[in-house]
Design a protein around this ligand. Structure first.
Ligand code: FRU
Length: 502
């Protein structure tokens, strides 16, 4: 007689199978030359969005969209790791695996979501995704844990079984928070080609009542809002999301006022969380130091017409990683600024500080010997007042024979910061241009984090951030400063090689 397997057992078995698959590739993946030195990666295989980012019992937990059976997107699991400082991470067992009628599907699984701590129990909310009769069915589901490591799916799943009339089948990525005595959830959706954030309320995290559309696209803000996140900041509220159908705009933030009596968010400030090619689905937490911190997937979907794949074919055993966590602060004019967390400074070694002014003459290049490395940090300040250069900046990850390089340059007459990876590695493509607020000011300050196959560039004191992947050969480690058509002075310069955390 066939013994019917309980849902708990099914989940445990699916998790064990995923663990075995990762164990089989883990060592091979660890040897892969493009693995990061100080950005978060899973032990092996494909990852995308950060999920369930939270501080629980004093430690930071990061979950993530995970496919343990390949280096491409597949049936979604939740990978898991924790950290004491957001810099060093300990990998933990896979937290969620598809196992139930509402989340078991090769083309679906346990999609993105969030975590809350309620009386020492960790609640994970995720979107169960399956395809039925050719249609996507997305429902909001719950799993809980008391030890923060082993999760059981709620017997009453899904906790939200149907999208409301105002939404559609695209109904995913719940983010949950508490306000006064109630729990709230925002879910990404769309209708009639407009992205939306749908608002729910619950007294107990299990029964959810639909309130209304928290905010929606005015027609120019994307056709579907993925991974919404909503939080208070100062005396304002912030809604972040990753819109589909906005070209190279991958992460939007809106700042405004929340009215909990109507459930409507009125916003009047709009910006991009990151203007680069490879920053998607940021999720935030509030930590015990009072910091609002975000982390994001270092890649994005349908990023450009020249889309090929997520990493070069030579990269084996892993694909996808996370940004350096960034604090989010509200500036006086209502805009946001994003800074890499202070804890990152613990990785600095062999520092170099130059405070005396140094001129980069017309059509000159200065090789930065200290930065002959794949993993470094730099803070450079250029004088814009006495600058007659047409273009100046940095060449990154230059090969010894100069055939490969990545160019980051500033055009003083237009204020454009340009990132060109078309000669980075024979695989990457694309030029990203963004006008900086530094235009018309006295100085240009750039803070750059380079790590094997990703670079994060912070300008405008964190009000403009650009993140890009590039896949240069590990031997391409020349870094140089250049100026073209005139000269520019470097007024201050700090740089460090950064230690590996892995
Ligand atoms: C965003 C996203 C989410 C979804 C998940 C699936 O990158 O498309 O909307 O939940 O990825 O992996």
């Amino acid at each position: 007689m066939a013994v019917q397997q309980g849902s708990k057992e099914r989940h445990v078995q699916a998790l064990a199978k995923a663990e075995a698959a990762i164990a089989a590739i883990r060592e091979e993946a660890a040897r892969e030359p493009s693995r990061h030195k100080y950005h978060f990666m899973s032990p092996a295989r494909w990852i995308n969005d950060p999920n369930g980012f939270i501080q629980f019992k004093g430690e930071y937990h990061l979950f993530y969209q995970y496919y343990p059976y390949g280096d491409r997107w597949g049936a979604m699991h939740w990978g898991h790791s924790k950290s004491k400082d957001l810099v060093h991470w300990e990998h933990l067992p896979v937290a969620l695996a598809p196992s139930e009628p509402y989340d078991l599907d090769e083309r679906g699984g346990c999609f993105s979501g969030s975590a809350v701590d309620h009386n020492g129990v960790l609640y994970l909310f995720y979107t169960g995704t399956v395809i039925r009769d050719g249609e996507v069915v997305q429902t909001q589901c719950l799993a809980t844990s008391t030890d923060g490591i082993h999760f059981e799916k709620n017997e009453g799943n899904p906790v939200i079984a149907l999208p409301p009339e105002t939404g559609s089948n695209d109904f995913r990525d719940p983010k949950v928070w508490k306000h006064e005595d109630s729990w709230y959830m925002v879910v990404g959706s769309c209708k009639d080609g407009r992205g939306k954030a749908l608002l729910y309320r619950s007294p107990d995290l299990r029964q959810w009542e639909y309130i209304n559309v928290l905010a929606e696209s005015d027609g120019g803000l994307g056709t579907m809002w993925e991974c919404p996140d909503f939080f208070p900041l100062g005396d304002k509220h912030v809604l972040m999301f990753s819109p589909m159908g906005m070209g190279n705009t991958k992460t939007v933030y809106l700042v405004g006022d929340m009215d909990y009596t109507t459930g409507i968010f009125n916003w009047d400030v709009q910006g991009e969380v990151d203007v680069g090619f490879d920053y998607y689905a940021p999720q935030s937490l509030l930590d015990d130091k009072g910091r609002r911190i975000i982390i994001a997937w270092l890649n994005s979907w349908d990023w450009m017409p020249w889309f090929k794949d997520f990493a070069p074919p030579t990269q084996k055993g892993w694909c996808g990683s996370m940004s350096i966590p960034r604090t989010v602060e509200l500036d006086e004019d209502g805009r946001l600024k994003f800074l890499s967390i202070a804890e990152l400074a613990s990785l600095r070694e062999e520092g170099r500080f130059r405070s005396s002014e140094q001129q980069i003459g017309a059509d000159m290049e200065i090789i930065l010997d200290d930065l002959a490395s794949e993993a470094w940090e730099m803070i450079a300040e250029f004088d814009l007042e006495d600058c007659d250069a047409k273009e100046f900046g940095l060449k990154l990850r230059v090969s010894a024979d100069r055939t490969e390089e990545t160019v980051l340059s500033y055009f003083p007459t237009t204020g454009i910061l340009k990132f060109d990876r078309s000669r980075s590695d024979g695989w990457s493509e694309g030029i990203c241009e963004f006008k900086l607020e530094a235009f018309g000011q006295k100085k240009l300050k750039l803070h750059i984090l380079m790590d094997t196959s990703v670079v994060e560039i912070y300008g405008d004191e964190g009000r403009t951030v650009m993140t890009h992947n590039l896949f240069p050969h590990p031997d391409n480690i020349v870094t140089l400063l250049f100026s073209r058509g005139g000269s520019v002075s470097l007024t201050s310069f700090q740089s460090w090689k950064l230690r590996s955390v892995w």
